[in-house]
Design a protein around this ligand. Structure first.
Ligand code: ADP
Ligand code: ZN
Ligand code: ZN
Length: 803
């Protein structure tokens, strides 16, 4: 037998399956989706088994040297999905498989086999290995007795042993001693007779364990005085119970008790929205839905009840939430409904924690996964629904290889599993809404807030007038007064500052020189806490200069208004207000995010001041005022989605106010009050915004009227970059149909990063069946040069980032 293996060497020459012999002893053991170690040239490297076949056309084959998994870690579906990803994103096969797995599986970690039963219950051949210890090293058994692999595999299937990856993390304990009744004890009465009448305590413990019918934590038993060490020891020696090491999962969110919740009786509007989803679940058909519901319209309750139906049918659910709204509050709503059936995957977890969560899914211990983008690859085999909350969020697109969009992957998996995919948002992406209008997605509108709670009133303040009236503060008169009011009424406020477009840059007041990174064409960001300048592209850091580098003047200052500056201003004008600041700096430490929000939720602060990370998911009853400090800061970013993003963000932030009994008010401060994105947020009119924005997109030829592909070229020499980009543009113009537009070459918005010059060209197309093939040729042709020179060519299909 031979195996077709994708090796872990991400280059275009190795981007195909290689044939390897399967050694006799592993016939029938090695199957698709497992990882193996194979010789490759002089090296030994990891690879994924794609297929096994009887024969090969290759004359001289090497043999597989090691097996890394006892069971496949990629299902057949995920193997196929990998192929598809490769086509869709022009990435290497091995990158496609790796993106689906937790990082712990990508690094070389020690693996051990743990015995889950008493040694006597194991197959005889395995018993000698576990005599002394409950676990042995995988490497050890591979070297000493590779012929035992079939026995091991069988034992894993029977759950007598399991394979564990040792992701070492300091100060974390992850196994505990558990005890349970030995498997051979079939009758409690018989066992009790054998123990004898006088051993009261032993009889008591055995009876308890027998009735429990599962392994029980020894620590818990001892601590609650249910038994003693001597009793446990006695029963183990007599062979009635066994001691095992059980994994206790590291769970950052599960420390507190969560009060379970019951499904709420749905409102008529929610009923209306959920029924078509139920129908798709019952009929087991793929159907994409767009749940367009204003903030506070009860979308989450719809998700929860749809999932409940899926679970009742014995199936599984994936819920995607943008990283920044994956707050403990959000996760709790799912845990409160589905308890320990929920796994959570987000970037705040350590490598070990992520791996733990992934394993719960892999072992089918959970039925629901709530997570950020990559959770879309959760290895469920019986999916009943995929939900993408805040589907318009650009963080669903991965900005490195493979450049996939979670929405596309969700659609692929939905089709594969014949299940509904629900996209939810108050402000859907234009692309999605356009699809709903063409009935590609089924539109499910929720136009009102639950229980007729009013949408907050939005007041737009023209900051130019403020300046004319002599107000130089960053707070308008109206916002200041309303903040004061809230303090008096003991209600809470949220102040939002857009991070983007608001970085604090350093400029000379005399000559206008702006301090920027010498390796990248990007201005430095000032960091007050270190009194330093930092480049956000390459990480280069410098001390804040005393004098201007260009003219020597001492009048060098930092500009822009970061959250720290707002905080200082607040302390000056409203000294009695208790403020919590939430931004990248204050939430860097693990758990800080949660602590700050809990503090705010408990009423320990009057004002929550923050960036993007407070725009979503917050649901506190006492928030009655939301202030947006500079609504237009995002409007002028050179990106055709700038207007859409502004509208979406303002709608999101506004949605934080008045979600419960108290009515909400929103103040939007802006220098462009007449811009339609701001006017229509005020009118709370998505539909009209959609129409206006679509007109602009049609006129200027952008999505959803055209598809886009961005080709990025970079090299240390400017002339080389320009030359190559020109060649690419020529080639594309020749190859593509006449309806497609090729723009460029143009210099990228960030012209240099890490001493590499950057140029790009943009393809706008409608129908271009050979596009993938043509772009692959571009890649291949110029990647040839990569090995010699320093050229990089990156291709991004349906790009969201134009830097
Ligand atoms: P969205 O996700 O659309 O922003 P949520 O699901 O957070 O809205 O709902 C807003 C509020 O309304 C929440 O406090 C939620 O508990 C409540 N809610 C949702 N559905 C119902 C219902 N059917 N009956 C009563 N309250 C509801
Ligand atoms: Zn730099
Ligand atoms: Zn100067």
């Amino acid at each position: 037998m031979i195996a077709k293996v994708i090796v872990d060497v991400p280059t275009s020459q190795t981007d195909r399956a290689f044939d390897y012999l399967i050694p006799e002893k592993w016939t029938g053991i090695i199957s698709p989706g497992m990882r193996v170690v194979v010789p490759f040239g002089p090296r030994k490297i990891q690879g994924f088994v794609l297929k096994t076949e009887e024969d090969s056309t290759v004359a001289k084959m090497k043999a597989i040297e090691e097996v890394l998994d006892v069971e496949p870690i990629l299902t057949n579906e995920l193997l196929r999905l990998g192929d598809w990803l490769t086509e869709q994103t022009l990435c290497y096969k091995v990158s496609a498989y790796q993106v689906m797995l937790p990082a712990a599986l990508r690094t070389k970690v020690k693996k051990e086999i743990r015995c889950l039963c008493s040694v006597k219950e194991l197959p005889v051949a395995l018993q000698p290995f576990f005599k002394e210890k409950g676990s042995i090293q995988w490497d050890h058994i591979q070297k000493e007795a590779p012929e035992l692999l079939p026995e091991l595999q069988k034992a894993v299937k029977k759950k007598l042993i399991d394979m564990n990856y040792r992701v070492q993390e300091k100060g974390k304990k992850k196994t505990e001693k558990f005890i349970r009744v030995a498997k051979h004890v079939n009758s409690l009465l018989e066992a009790l007779q054998m123990i004898g009448a006088r051993a009261h305590k032993q009889r008591e413990l055995l009876t308890y364990l027998y009735e429990e019918g599962r392994a029980v934590s020894m620590k818990a038993l001892l601590e609650t005085g249910k038994t003693t060490r001597a009793t446990v020891k006695g029963l183990i020696e007599k062979g009635f119970i066994v001691e095992t090491d059980e994994e206790v999962y590291r769970d950052p969110f599960l420390e507190k008790e969560i009060k379970p919740t019951k499904p709420l009786p749905l409102t008529a509007a929610q009923e209306h929205a959920i029924n078509p989803i139920f129908a798709a679940i019952e009929r087991q058909v793929f159907e994409p839905f767009l749940l367009h519901g204003v903030t506070g319209s009860g979308k989450t309750e719809v998700y929860l009840q749809a999932i409940e139906r899926v679970l009742a049918n014995g199936k599984e659910a994936i819920v995607l939430v943008p990283e920044i709204s994956l707050t403990p509050q959000m996760v709790q709503r799912f845990r409160a409904r589905f308890g320990s059936l929920v796994a959570v995957l987000h970037s705040g977890l350590s490598m070990g924690e992520k791996y733990d969560e992934w394993r719960k899914i892999h072992r089918k211990e959970v039925k629901v996964v709530v997570g950020a983008r990559s959770a879309v690859f959760a290895p469920f085999e019986n999916l009943g629904i995929i939900i993408i909350d805040e589907e318009h969020e650009s963080s669903y697109k991965q900005e490195e290889n493979p450049r996939y969009h979670a929405r596309d992957v969700a659609m692929y998996r939905g089709e594969f599993h014949h299940c509904p995919v629900v996209l939810g948002s108050a402000t859907p992406a234009l692309e999605s809404y356009a699809r709903a209008k063409r009935n590609v997605y089924t539109l499910l509108p929720l136009t009102e807030r639950v229980n007729n709670r009013a949408m907050p009133t939005v007041e737009v303040v023209d900051m130019r007038d403020e300046l004319r009236n002599g107000n130089r503060s960053m707070f308008s008169q109206a916002l200041f007064e309303k903040l004061q009011q809230r303090l008096e009424r003991k209600e809470q406020s949220v102040l939002f500052l857009n991070r983007r477009g608001y970085s604090t840059f350093v400029m000379c007041r005399d000559c206008g020189y702006v301090a920027s990174c010498e390796h990248c064409d990007i201005s430095f960001t000032y960091h007050r806490s270190h009194h330093s300048l930092k480049c956000h592209y390459c990480g280069h850091e410098e001390r804040m200069p005393e004098t201007c580098q260009s003219c020597g003047s001492e009048h060098i200052r930092f500009f822009g208004s970061g959250t720290q500056k707002v905080e200082e201003e607040l302390a000056r004008v409203l000294p009695e207000a208790r403020v919590i600041r939430m931004d990248v700096d204050t939430t860097r430490k693990k758990g800080a995010h949660e602590r700050l929000l809990t503090k705010f939720g408990q009423g320990d602060a009057d004002i929550l001041l923050g960036t993007q990370m407070i725009a979503k998911g917050l649901d506190f009853p006492n928030i009655t005022l939301v202030g947006v400090l500079a609504a237009d800061s995002m409007l002028h970013i050179p990106d055709f989605r700038a207007t859409e993003r502004t509208f979406q963000l303002l709608a999101q932030v506004s949605g934080r106010a008045g979600r419960h009994q108290l009515p909400g008010e929103v103040i939007v401060q802006t220098y462009t009050p007449d811009h339609y994105s701001i006017e229509l947020v005020k009118a709370n009119n998505y539909e009209q915004f959609y129409e206006a924005e679509m007109k602009y997109r049609r006129m200027s030829g952008y999505p959803p009227y055209y598809y886009l592909a961005l080709v990025n070229v970079s090299h240390p020499e400017l002339t080389k970059v320009i030359g190559v980009t020109e060649k690419i543009v020529h080639f594309l113009k020749d190859e593509l149909s006449s309806q497609s537009v090729v723009l460029g070459p143009v210099v990228s918005p960030v012209a240099r990063i890490k001493d590499r010059y950057r140029y790009q060209c943009l393809i706008k197309y409608k129908v271009e069946p050979n596009l993938t093939k043509i772009l692959k040729e571009v890649q291949q042709h110029f990647l040839h040069e990569t090995s010699r020179g320093q050229l990089q060519v990156n291709i991004d299909l349906q790009p969201y980032l134009f830097m």
